[in-house]
Ligand binder design. Structure first.
Ligand code: HEC
Length: 741
């Protein structure tokens, strides 16, 4: 470079630097909203704001707290807040742990209105995660759409009142469009369904997915679009194809009558220009056993590109064939633009639970990096199972989460922990991430994320940001029909085994016992705490993460209660459960609810004997991947265990739930970790430049916005995860007014 060019470059750099400084310390745009879950329709979790930036972030301070007034009672187990709120016209909309929808002034946190779905006495309070709400603007008519239980509500964004002309008195029943006795052979109207992630808007449609039980009583995971003005069903996409439809042949002939799921629970994104909605689906029910759904099982575990107007499939890509590991697509896709072979390409990137990032050309579904079908073990470990012989693996980027457990990966935190884990390792099946589940049991990664529901971020340069978990899972199957001691189960024990034991554990001797996770109460002596009518009531309503079992016939529920209260007559069930179901008048379809001959045993995350991850760190990571090249910019550990830091074990990373936010100010904000901090990283280098302990764990994704020239960063602090205390507030940070001029 000759000297004059050098000098000119230098001058330009100085000028850019100076401009950067001006904008960084000057006012933010009068108003910059965060109008959509994920920040924009493309789901980038990216903001053009620069007032808070790599230089100013150190001055960040609490601007306001909005206390929902819930989760404060330490005697009650709280619900977490997974909600990433939205901001429109300077108003922040979000949800409380107990499903109230609220509007607060985004500059002060002062409440404007609140809507409570349970003020309707017909609604049974039943709480499940809620990750966000949807805004729709029809001129003077501005609406917030959100779900609680099986209802999708339309609420006036200005007043908080239900819009009665939408659906039935302001709500749409999410059972609509799932099918009926004629199409499925059974009724779905009583089955548990909800929508934990918000729907997306395309023109006058709201497009929604669903979440459901992942057992034998799951309805199909159809994706639906409703008219946002009237609530009328506009289209349905069958994620489990009916006879005659494309993909039907990837299942057994009658699978659609008994298998549900294949649902999009993590949310969608929209390419508004092209009119394409992108959705990722989960595994088919039941998780972990596929003997009654032999085949590839389209469109479970797929990234789907659908015509947003009609719901017609444009293309799909299946990330796991014939899923036997609950490897749902765990987060919304992300629409970004990259340079590929010298050309700008509009791409869609999908992160997975097992740590892959698949990148496709948006219109055609053509992969940007080659994807190879790798051989997977095919010898079944359970009768009836036919594992699929290959599974897709992208050549690039390299996975951001661990893939296979081997001895070197096992924890060496303490000699005792290592011995404890090695023992389990040596007494289980090993060696491959696609080992079919067995009664012997295996230790595998990727049953939970990898990527999780907090989502991923992307900047305009084509860099993709994803936080990852390296958690080990103990996957062990049990026969639900012939218990190990050969004595036939009582009816209550058998029903408990099929419906309850995945969370509340059952022993080999068929007694209710403590689960390996503290999240689930031990029901061994539940009779000392609750009486018959209390347990019955709980089974019909559900509570917190405990689902409702109102769809079970009444005498099934009674048999379960008798089992729990040890008042069950010793009446064995026939060895064939299908037969048993058949004899009930309440079960007209012998196929449904589907009774799987095998289910997984209890809660299956596997930790060492002190409760720490059973492998060497990093246990949680944050990753910046350049999707122009498929190469990593950086990977760092995310989070710490304060008590391990005290012992000198730092930078381990922790399990993390809640996603990243990136800004033009050069920052990446993320909370999500066990240490309950909100952190700002330099998004170019992965260095932490600011951190702040939150009032409770921020297990949600932060947002940023500006009001009256001031930029804010806000996050929900619901706590409650990982055995931590619960919280019930939203907090918002900003620079002190003195440093903004
Ligand atoms: C998806 C996991 C899950 C399943 C499946 C499940 N439960 Fe629960 N259950 C929970 C959780 C979580 C709680 C604690 C709820 C709370 O208060 O937050 C709970 C609480 C309970 C309690 C109250 C315990 C106490 O000490 O207060 C009873 C009784 C109970 N469950 C019975 C059942 C029965 C019977 C079934 C099967 C029909 C079942 N559960 C299925 C997760 C589950």
């Amino acid at each position: 470079m000759n000297r004059t060019v050098y000098q000119r470059c230098f001058a330009v750099i100085l000028l850019i630097g100076a401009l950067g400084l001006v904008s960084s310390y000057g006012p933010a745009p009068a108003r910059e909203d965060w109008p959509t879950y994920g920040g924009n329709a493309a789901g980038n979790r990216y903001s053009p704001l620069t007032q808070i930036n790599t230089q100013t972030v150190k001055n960040l301070q609490l601007a306001w707290t909005f206390d929902t007034g819930e989760n404060n009672d330490s005697t009650k187990r709280g619900m977490d807040i997974q909600c990433q709120p939205i901001v429109v016209d300077g108003v922040l909309y979000g949800t409380t742990p107990r499903h109230k929808l609220f509007a607060v002034d985004a500059a002060t946190g002062r409440r404007i209105w609140q809507f409570d779905p349970f003020s309707n006495p017909d609604k049974q309070p039943r709480f499940h995660p809620l990750r966000g709400v949807t805004y729709w603007n029809g001129g003077a008519d501005k609406r917030i759409l959100y779900s609680s239980g099986a209802s999708l509500y339309a609420v006036n964004a200005q007043t908080g009142e239900l819009i009665n002309s939408f659906g039935q008195n302001g709500e749409v029943d999410l059972h609509e469009g799932l099918g009926n006795k004629e199409t499925l052979g059974h009724d779905v109207s009583n089955l548990s369904i909800r929508n934990t992630s918000p729907g997306v808007i395309y023109q006058d449609l709201i497009i929604v997915g669903s979440s459901m039980n992942e057992g034998g009583d799951a309805p199909p995971g159809n994706i639906r679009a409703f008219n946002v003005r009237t609530g009328k069903l506009a289209w349905t996409f069958h994620t489990i194809p009916l006879p005659g439809e494309y993909g039907y042949e990837t299942w057994m002939k009658d699978s659609y009558k008994k298998i549900g799921g294949a649902n999009c629970w993590a949310g969608m994104v929209v390419d508004e220009k092209r009119g394409i909605v992108f959705a990722g689906t989960g595994s088919p029910s039941v998780d972990f056993y596929g003997g009654d759904r032999a085949g590839k099982n389209l469109f479970a575990n797929c990234l789907l590109a659908l015509d947003a107007k009609t719901g017609k499939r444009i293309w799909h890509f299946q990330t796991v064939h014939h899923d036997l590991w609950d490897r749902d697509i765990p987060c919304p896709p992300n629409l970004l633009t990259v340079s590929h072979n010298g050309k700008k390409v509009d791409a869609v990137a999908q992160a997975t639970k097992d740590g892959y990032v698949f990148v496709f050309e948006r219109e055609t579904g053509k992969p940007l990096f080659p994807i190879r079908e790798m051989a997977a073990p095919t010898s079944p470990a359970l009768p009836g199972e036919k594992p699929w012989p290959t599974q897709p693996v992208p050549a690039k980027p390299a996975p951001f989460a661990f893939q296979h457990l081997d001895e070197r990966t096992i924890t060496s935190r303490t000699p005792e922990a290592r011995a404890y884990v090695l023992d389990r390792f040596k007494n289980s099946r090993q060696g491959n991430k696609w080992l079919p589940p067995s009664e012997e049991g295996s230790l595998i990664f990727g049953v939970g994320g990898g990527a999780e529901w907090g989502g991923t971020a992307a900047d305009p340069e084509g860099v993709f940001y994803v936080n990852g978990n390296n958690m080990l899972w103990w996957l062990k199957m049990r026969n639900t029909q012939t218990p190990s001691d050969g004595v036939a189960l009582t009816r209550g024990a058998s029903l408990f085994n099929t419906n309850c034991a995945a969370c509340h554990a059952i022993s080999k001797e068929n007694k209710a016992v403590a689960s390996t996770s503290q999240a689930y109460p031990n029901l061994a002596n539940v009779g000392n705490r609750l009486d018959r009518s209390q347990i019955n009531a709980l089974l019909t309503t559900g509570r917190g993460r405990m689902p409702s079992f109102s769809h079970l016939p009444k005498d099934d529920r009674e048999a379960i209660v008798n089992f729990l209260l040890h008042t069950e007559p010793a009446r064995p069930v026939p060895a064939d459960m299908h037969q048993a179901t058949n004899t009930l008048d309440t079960a007209p379809n012998a196929d449904f609810p589907y009774v799987s001959p095998y289910l997984n045993n209890g809660n299956i995350q596997f930790r060492d004997q002190d409760g720490y991850p059973a492998i060497k760190p990093p246990w949680g990571t944050l990753n910046a991947i350049d999707l122009n090249t498929g190469e990593y910019r950086w990977q760092v550990s995310l989070g710490e265990y304060p008590e391990l830091v005290q012992k000198g074990l730092m930078n381990t990373g922790t399990e993390n739930h809640g996603g990243p936010l990136v800004t033009a100010g050069g920052l990446l904000f993320i909370a999500a970790t066990y240490d309950q901090k909100l952190r700002a990283f330099d998004r170019k280098t992965g260095k932490i430049i600011w951190e702040q302990k939150l009032p409770a764990g921020g297990f949600a994704t932060p947002i940023t916005y500006s009001v009256a020239g001031k930029q804010y960063v806000a996050i929900a602090c619901g706590g409650t995860r990982y055995g931590l205390k619960s919280g019930g507030s939203y907090v918002s940070f900003a620079l002190p007014s003195s440093s903004i001029n």
